[in-house]
Design a protein around this ligand. Structure first.
Ligand code: NDP
Ligand code: GDR
Length: 338
């Protein structure tokens, strides 16, 4: 019989890649989607089939903040694995919506764990919690690994720390298979356009095509450990296949600044970023995480996982994709109907 998995956040960057990976492995995949007045399913349209056809991907309406409906769904579909990826995941936005961020990230994770605890009485289930390098915040040790103390710097990071501890707590208290993946930044051509790497590659493509003159950014000196999302969803899956529940850092082990990423991407299009990038203090954060650099040696040793895409290759993939997008945009603009 095929294994089955429930993915919260299936319409997001990671959820879409993870759904592809699990379908390739023969899983029955269930995804939680929020009802909205427009479709938010763009990233999974290519794998979604009408529900009247035979399909291994099923979508269900729900919301992480609605614990009762989530429990009903989990008890109904009885997944073997739950990947909790749903979140208000934007750090800057979490300062504007701290309570809502806690509700989705913190209470949402607790709702998932509670639903899994009830299911686990009759059907064993493994839970993956999408923890974040942001939990290290104003870092107390470099590089950061599983034993590095957390020192969160934003409402988002505080909520992720809460979810992390609840995951460990359910593992210990109820003997559940509940694991944290502490993932450093990972990007792709499906990254939301308000995260800095995608904002930069989108702008570089549009500038190249004459569709945009300037790129407004915040802190160019922040340093991040950036990997490719496709590598990281493989790591999530491996975390749940491990023989025991545990917590793992996934990272590349290299850190670069936002400025370096601008230089790298603009150069790939023969552009000088300094001619286009301007600072807008609106994008500064009340408290910044200056430097993140991960040590993923535990994942390498125990899971055989390591990042395989370097930053130059990641930038190339994103720049190429976004240049093509800008070319289509320019073409559509130049079209004059007869
Ligand atoms: P995205 O922002 O791309 O996707 C977030 C997903 O969560 C979307 O599907 C969104 O739905 C869904 N969602 C938001 N609020 C709710 C809610 N109340 N109920 C149900 N679903 C909700 O995030 P990523 O794919 O980049 O990240 C996946 C997870 O990993 C997140 O938890 C993030 O915090 C965490 N993480 C991400 C890292 C990264 O570098 N990408 C690094 C470390 C951790 P909708 O499409 O409707 O908005
Ligand atoms: P981050 O990603 O906060 O690390 O969280 P983001 O891309 O938003 O910021 C990275 C760094 O770039 C600086 N920056 C800007 N950021 C944005 N978004 N927009 C700008 O214009 C801009 N200018 C400079 C930021 O200040 C920051 O230092 C991501 C999310 O995916 C989280 O959900 C996840 O947990 C962490 O990565 C790991």
């Amino acid at each position: 019989m095929s294994k089955s998995a429930l993915i919260t956040g299936i319409t997001g960057q990671d959820g879409s890649y993870l759904a592809e990976l699990l379908l390739d492995k023969g899983y029955d995949v269930h995804g939680l989607v929020r009802r909205s007045s427009t479709f938010a399913t763009e990233r999974i349209e290519h794998i979604y089939k009408d529900l009247h056809e035979e399909t291994k991907l099923r979508l269900h309406y729900g919301d992480l903040t609605d614990g009762q409906a989530l429990t009903n769904l989990v008890l109904d579909i009885q997944p073997d694995e739950i990947y909790n990826l749903g979140a208000q995941s934007h750090v800057r936005v979490s300062y504007d919506q701290p309570v809502y961020t806690l509700q989705t990230v913190g209470v949402g994770a607790l709702n998932v764990l509670e639903a899994a605890r009830l299911l686990n009485k009759s059907h064993s289930v493994r839970v993956y919690q999408a923890s974040s390098s942001e939990m290290f915040g104003d870092v107390l040790e470099t590089p950061q690994k599983e034993t590095t103390p957390f020192n969160p710097q934003s409402p988002y990071a505080c909520a992720k720390v809460y979810a992390y501890h609840q995951t460990v707590n359910y593992r210990r208290g109820y003997d559940m298979f509940a694991s944290n993946g502490i993932l450093f930044n990972h990007e792709s051509e499906r990254r939301g356009e308000t995260f800095v790497t995608r904002k930069i590659t989108r702008a570089a493509g549009r500038i190249k095509m004459g569709l945009q003159d300037k790129l407004y950014l915040g802190n160019l000196d922040a340093k991040r450990d950036w990997g490719y999302a496709k590598d990281y969803v493989e790591g999530m899956w491996r975390i749940l296949q491990h023989d025991e529940a545990d917590d793992f850092v996934l990272a590349t082990g290299r850190t670069e600044s936002v400025r370096d990423f601008c230089k790298l991407t603009f150069e790939q299009l023969d552009l000088d970023y300094e001619e286009y990038v301007e600072i807008d203090p609106r994008y500064f954060r009340p408290a910044e995480v200056d430097l993140l650099l991960g040590d993923a040696s535990k994942a390498k040793e125990k899971l055989g996982w390591e990042a395989t895409t370097d930053l130059e290759e990641l930038a190339r993939i994103m720049v190429q994709h976004d240049l093509e997008l800008a070319q289509r945009e320019a073409h559509a603009k130049s079209f004059v109907p007869n």
